[in-house]
Design a protein around this ligand. Sequence first.
Ligand SMILES: Cc1cc2nc3c(=O)[nH]c(=O)nc-3n(C[C@H](O)[C@H](O)[C@H](O)COP(=O)(O)O)c2cc1C
Length: 359
Amino acid sequence: MTRIDTGAGHGKERGMSLVASLYPALKPWLFRMDAERAHEWTTRMMRIANGFGLLTLGQSEIQNPKSEIECLGLKFPNALGLAAGMDKSASAIEAWAALGFGFVEVGTLTPRPQPGNPKPRLFRLPEHEALINRMGFNNPGIHAAVKRLEKRRTKAVVGVNIGKNFDTPNDAAVNDYLYCLKAAYHVADYIAVNISSPNTKGLRDLQAEESIRQLLAALKKEQASLQMEHGKKVPMLVKIAPDLEAEQIEALARVFNELAVDGVIATNTTINRAAVAGHLLEKEAGGLSGAPVRERSTQVIQAFRALLHKQTPIIGVGGILSGADAVEKLKAGAALVQVYSGLVYRGPGLVREVLEAIR
Ligand SMILES: Cc1cc2nc3c(=O)[nH]c(=O)nc-3n(C[C@H](O)[C@H](O)[C@H](O)COP(=O)(O)O)c2cc1C
């Protein structure tokens, strides 16, 4: 159940209570709306609410020194982040931070803007607290996002998640990633290399050992030269799928260790439908997220934790719908956690619950 603060707090605290306590009332109405429209509506409302200072628990939460954590050579206000895909265009960073997130991963962004797949492309499976999406990297292009990020004021850490355009063949994918890395380096606190979305044809093939070695070797080389040029190191993480066999995980970990990848984000959505077998929407193409991916994502975190160099952090994501779920990811070896689907099902109250649980 969503915890609702009754508003006994003062000032800033009360702002968050209002938004968090409104969500259970708004949710049935939002859930009658098309899922993508509901997402656009809530993002717009959040920006407006933030303009009126109504999301401000985050400010006190984000300034709570007890929650601070050092990771990836960065100082995170807290260990909870917004997963990629929620704010693809970096349009509401201040609002996410005000809600209490210690970091926000924007994107996935590609070199050129692209519309993504035809609608409908986002589906709710409330019986399973799950979503299926085949958005297909709809985004305004890396430069539009970078322009917004150049003006950001928040203290939250901002990661920029990068990918390739849908019509770039895999043998030229490296150029797209290099392009985005160069374009975003000066505004990003970290870069996430997304090779695990199931909705861009062939993207996951980049996880094959030789492909990933070549891709990451080129990106690491560029990262080193950008570090010289800008006088700062922007860590580069790789985001992986949950649908990997043990040998594939071993091969990936070998490459990550060999090339000194700065961190791993585990995991993206799953193409496995076992957990939702028999559901009306089971056959919808796309990635499944939320509760059904929780266990598998935790297993993948555990497997990578056992194989990666000790100093290589993992960001745990997949099926966090409660404070206890977040703690489970940390126990499995994650240093930081992210949520997406949980926010749809639980609303902003989840942020406080997770922060309290992990503190
Ligand atoms: C609608 C939607 C869009 C997403 N878009 C992206 C994306 O553009 N890039 C990415 O790396 N992950 C994307 N994801 C995956 C999430 O970041 C996350 O890894 C996944 O949903 C598992 O976490 P969750 O169970 O908390 O949702 C998306 C997920 C959803 C539901």
